[in-house]
Every structure is written in structure tokens, then in C-alpha cells.
Design a protein around this ligand. Structure first.
Ligand code: AMP
Length: 126
């Protein structure tokens, strides 16, 4: 998939539209999901132009990959949801079967309360 520079997260990175920023460094931006699914719902995105996890692993440099995954756990520590507290979940939807809506790689970090089953039962989803 060709990267679409008009996707909403690209616009957030260019500060064309606002976000509730939680954390930022040279490689990543973390901000609140506009429709939180749990008490804590943060999106962690790389600053580079990658459509999804596959694209990221194909094209990103080692330093970008390392810094991205380090940032996810760093954000979990800042949020006090890391494994030493009550735990959390990270989710990354890749492509249409997974329901990926925004074509810029993002990890959802959810927590702050019981999260529930990892997936709805097979017959419960539409
Ligand atoms: P996905 O379905 O994995 O692509 O998730 C996209 C996520 O982006 C959803 O959870 C949306 O609620 C969230 N989202 C969409 N637009 C914005 C925005 N402007 N600011 C923050 N989160 C957003």
C-alpha cells in the first residue's frame, strides 16, 4: 500500500490538526485516542511514513524499530500501567481483515481497568 500523506495521523504529525499529546521523542508520538475504548487508551505512532506493521518492518531502520518498541513500554511506565502495576494491552491492526482504519502504523495501548477477552467470541462480531 502506498503511504497516503493525507491520512489523519500524518496531519497530526504535521500539527495541521490537534491531538492530546502524551509523549514525544525524535522517533515517536503518543497521544490519546479520540474514542477511548478503556479508561486509558493511547495511540503510539512512529514519525516516519509507514502504513502498518508489515511496512514498518520492511522499510524502517533498526534504530527506528528499536526506538518505537522501547517507546511503547516507556509510555506504559509513564502511565503506570506497566507489568509492575496492573498490566495493559497493545494492539496493532494490520489491513482490512483487522479493521485498520488509519493507514499510518499505530499501536493502541489500553489499560487502567480490566480489559477483558483478547477477541470477541467468533459469533459476537459483525
Ligand atoms: P485502527 O482501527 O486500528 O486503525 O484505529 C484507529 C484509531 O484512531 C481509532 O481508535 C480512532 O478512534 C482513532 N482516531 C481517529 N482519528 C483520531 C484523531 N483525530 N485523534 C485521535 N485518535 C483518532
Amino acid at each position: 500500500m502506498v503511504y497516503d500523506r493525507n491520512n489523519i495521523f500524518a496531519k497530526i504529525l504535521r500539527e495541521e490538526i490537534p491531538c492530546k499529546k502524551y509523549y514525544e521523542n525524535d522517533f515517536v508520538l503518543a497521544f490519546e485516542d479520540v474514542y477511548p475504548q478503556r479508561k486509558i487508551h493511547i495511540l503510539v505512532i512512529p514519525k516516519g511514513e509507514y502504513t502498518d506493521l508489515d511496512d514498518f518492518h520492511r522499510k524502517a531502520s533498526d534504530i527506528e524499530i528499536i526506538e518505537f518498541f522501547k517507546a511503547i513500554t516507556h509510555v506504559a511506565e509513564l502511565l503506570k500501567v506497566s507489568a509492575q502495576f496492573d498490566g495493559y494491552r497493545v494492539i496493532s491492526n494490520v489491513g482490512s481483515n483487522a479493521g485498520q482504519e488509519v493507514p499510518h502504523l499505530h499501536f493502541h495501548l489500553v489499560g487502567g481497568e480490566k480489559i477483558g477477552r483478547m477477541l470477541p467470541k467468533r459469533n459476537d462480531y459483525g
